[in-house]
Structure formats: structure tokens, C-alpha cells
Design a protein around this ligand. Sequence first.
Ligand code: NAD
Ligand code: UDP
Length: 333
Amino acid sequence: MNEFHGKRIVVLGGAGFLGSHLCERLLREGAEEVISLDNFITGDPRNVAELQMLGDFLSVRHDVTDPIRIAGPVDYVFNLASPASPIDYAQLPIETLRVGALGTENGLRLAREKGAVFLQASTSEIYGDPFVHPQREDYWGNVNPIGPRSVYDEAKRYGEAIVMAYHRTYGVRTRLARIFNTYGPRMRLADGRVVPAFVGQALRGEDFTVFGDGSQTRSFCYVRDLIDGLARLALSNVTEPVNLGNPREMTILEFAEAVRAAAGGGGRILFTPLPKDDPKQRRPDITRARTLLGWEPRVSLEEGLVETLAWFRKALAVRAPAPLVEFNEFARM
Ligand code: NAD
Ligand code: UDP
């Protein structure tokens, strides 16, 4: 029997990319009830539209910067509520700071009131543009506090601080997942992150928009692996931060070629200016996750891209407007 079986679980930001996969996984594991609280600011109700079929699932429209009131017991609170793509948080700077601060505290209050485990979706952005490579959890980072990414980075750093404060002051059982670049089905095609950007460009036969000279590196984790890591962390008793990500590192140029190969097409490379403070290199050291959680990614980039492309192909087809046929024309068909 699974350890989420029979549990009542609240997911803040449950209608987003990662949140919807997490809700799905918890329901598949027999959770008694999963409640998503989301204001859909960057999420989409369609991500969770079919989850009721898997079990007792409730999708509630709620801004988690407002107080959270839930009747009855709660066993786990997962906090994934926050814009996450650099374009989203650049367009939503105040909302990002507020959800990182007030939303996180409201989630912690709920966990404290209910005696629930609280898991915070933190990020590799904690490390900023890092001087230590690969990034280990004991590196404190290099973050520009007033740059364009600071609304996200500093909100997430504050998030870790208040999580630890609730743990130390009130004994809340807290977990900190430092998530590195994760991709897969249900990302928004236009969210500006490199995976949906390149996948969309490949499928439409457009040029790949590589920022800078494409020599900056990232490490891409498939969503199934990441959700498995979050589940293991929630079920562990590990309070210190844990990196969750795929240690296979590549340049953005290499990534464009990997998408081109998987999609069997795409345009040329179009170099465009590098955004300010874009981290030059990023790769998680996952020794802690391996040792304490017995976790490591299993899905290769090639396999993950195949699944991602298949989903985006369908999404592009479904979301394109259906051709309109006049009745007279229809009658002649
Ligand atoms: P996403 O934008 O798809 O999901 C975030 C969800 O939070 C959305 O559904 C959004 O509507 C919701 N939300 C935002 N503000 C809210 C508010 N005030 N009240 C209620 N709901 C709100 O992004 P994602 O990629 O699924 O990221 C989920 C979490 O994981 C975020 O906290 C993000 O910082 C973290 N994370 C993600 C990645 C990644 O690669 N995907 C990497 C590091 C960290
Ligand atoms: N990037 C790019 N072209 C795009 C989108 C992103 O070259 O169309 C680059 C971006 O500059 C960064 C990397 O890809 O170096 C990953 O960007 P993303 O926005 O996915 O996430 P980040 O890791 O920067 O938060």
C-alpha cells in the first residue's frame, strides 16, 4: 500500500504544470482527497479537468495570498503556487513576490494548524548565477537582489527562510525541494521557457530563438522523475534543502539540436540577445537526493522529448480553431 493512501492533501498551485502532475500522481496513489487551490494566473483549469475521474479531487479557485481556510484534517500541504517562467515573473513582479511571501506563509499556517507536512517547491534560482559548479545544497548562491530575476529569486529565498522559521519556531514538519529545470506535457506553449519555446518552434518549422551565443548550460529533468522526487521527499523526514533535477548538463545550442533531432525538423538557429542575469551554467549535484531519498532521474532526455513532443502535437491540433464549414458547402460534401 502506498503511503499517500487515505491521506487528505492540499496542493497550492495545483492547476499549473508541475502541480497538475503532482495532483494526478497523488490521486493515482489512492489519496483520500486532493484539493487544488489556484487562481489560474499562470495555470490552466484544463490541466486538472479530468482528474475527478481518478478519485476525490477538488479544483478551487483561490488566491493563496488570501487566508486559506479548510475544514477537517489535512495530512500534507504542497506549495507550488508561483509564476515560474522568467517571462511570467517579469510580467507579474508584485504577484510573484506576494505569492512567495504571503502565499507561502498562508500555506505554512495551514500546515501548522492541521499538523500537516509542508513541502515547499523551491528552486535552483536560489543559487543565482552560480560560482560553484555543479550546485550543492550548501552553496549560498550569487543572486542580484535588484535585477529582473530578483522578484522570483528573492521571493524563493524568503520562502526557504520562512519555511525554516516555521520549522524552528513551531516544529512544523517542513521539506524544501530545490527544483532544477523540469519539462514535459502541460507546459504552456507560450510561457517563454526554453523547452516549450523550442518544441513549438520545431513543430511549426520556425527558427530556434537561442538567447546569447547558446553556450549557457542547463540540465533538464523529465516531469515524471521530478514528481517522484517530490513524493519521496514529502514522505521522508529530511528538513534540509534537497536538489531535485537531472545532472545531465548541456549547452542551449546542444539542446536545440536535441529538440531538432527528436522532432525530425525545425528551422535554423536564430541568435537573439541574452536576457540580463541569465545564469551561465546550471547542474544539480544530486548526491543528497541519492543518499537520503534513494532518488535519481530515470527518464533520458531523448525519451522525455518524445513524450513531450507527442503531447504538444496533440495540444497544438486541439487548441487550433476548428475549420468553419458553411452549411451549403457541408451539404455538398
Ligand atoms: P506554473 O506557472 O505552471 O504553475 C504555478 C501555479 O501556481 C499556476 O497554476 C498558477 O496559476 C498558480 N499560482 C500562482 N500564483 C498564485 C496565487 N497567488 N494563488 C494561487 N495560485 C497561484 O509553474 P510550474 O513550472 O508548474 O512551477 C510550479 C512550482 O515549482 C513553482 O513554485 C516554481 O517556482 C517551482 N519550480 C518549477 C521549476 C520548473 O522547471 N518547472 C523549477 C524550479 C521551481
Ligand atoms: N532560452 C533561449 N531561448 C528561448 C528561451 C530560453 O535560448 O526561447 C535560454 C535562456 O536564456 C536560458 C535557458 O534557455 O539560458 C533556459 O531558460 P528558461 O527560461 O527555460 O529557464 P531558466 O533556467 O532561465 O529559468
